[in-house]
Design a protein around this ligand. Sequence first.
Ligand SMILES: Nc1cc(-c2ccc3ccn(Cc4ccc(CN5CCCCC5)cc4)c3c2)n[nH]1
Length: 230
Amino acid sequence: MRVDIVTIFPTFFDVLDISLIGKARGSGLLDIRAHDLRDWTHDRHRTVDDTPYGGGAGMVMKPEPWGEALDALLTPEAVLIVPSPAGEVFTQPTARELSAEAHLVFACGRYEGIDQRVIDHYAQSHRVRLISLGDYVLNGGEVAAMAMVEAVSRLIPGVVGNPASLVEESHEDGLLEYPSYTKPAQWRGEDVPPVLLSGNHGAIAQWRRDRSLERTERVRPDLLPEAPGA
Ligand SMILES: Nc1cc(-c2ccc3ccn(Cc4ccc(CN5CCCCC5)cc4)c3c2)n[nH]1
C-alpha cells in the first residue's frame, strides 16, 4: 500500500519510521511518505492560508497549494482522505475497508480547515472521504491521519507479526476485548482467573466470550448486536 500525507508539519510523521510501521516500510509492504504543502507554494512567505470569505475568526487554507499538491500525488485509484470534525466517524470497519486500498492520500488541514472547493473539485474525479476521529475538535488533521494510518497499516498482512492477534481484539468482532493476564500467577495478592490456567480451551473460550459481552454491556452497550444501529 502507498500512503501519501500532505501537511504543513511533515516532521510530525517521522515517528512512522520506528516500530512495526517502520519495519513494514523497510520491507516494502508499506510506502508511506509525508509531504510539505509549502513545497507547492510560490511566494516568498510560502503562504498557505488567508482570511475567510464571509468573515469569522481564524484563517482558511488556500485552494491553490492544495490543488498543485494533490494534482502531483493523486493517482486514479487513490482514495483522498480529509480528516475533518465534519466527517464520518472512523471505525474499525472503516479501517478494514481502507486497508484493502492500493493508495491513500491524506490531506491534513490546519487553521479552520481547507477551502471547500478543493474537496468539491477532487470529488468529481476521485473517491473523497471526510473522516472524523471522534466528537472533539483537534487543531489539525495530523493526529487523526496518524491514528488512521496506524489502524489501517496494522491490518495489512505481514505488517503485524501475528495475524491471529488481529482477530481477537476490541471491535474486530464488534465487541470489546476480554481482559488479558500473564505471569506471575499471583501479583499483589491477586490471582489470575483459574480457568485460564486450566488448559480447558473450551472453557477458556467461553470465559473470554462472557467477559467480552459483560464488558461491552457495561462500557459500550451501543455495540451490542441487538442494539439499534449496531
Ligand atoms: N475528529 C476531529 C478532526 C479534527 C480536525 C481535522 C482537521 C482539521 C483542520 C483544522 N482543524 C481545526 C479546526 C477545524 C474546525 C473548526 C471549526 N470551525 C468552525 C467555523 C467554521 C470553520 C471551522 C475549528 C478548528 C481540524 C480539526 N478535529 N477533530
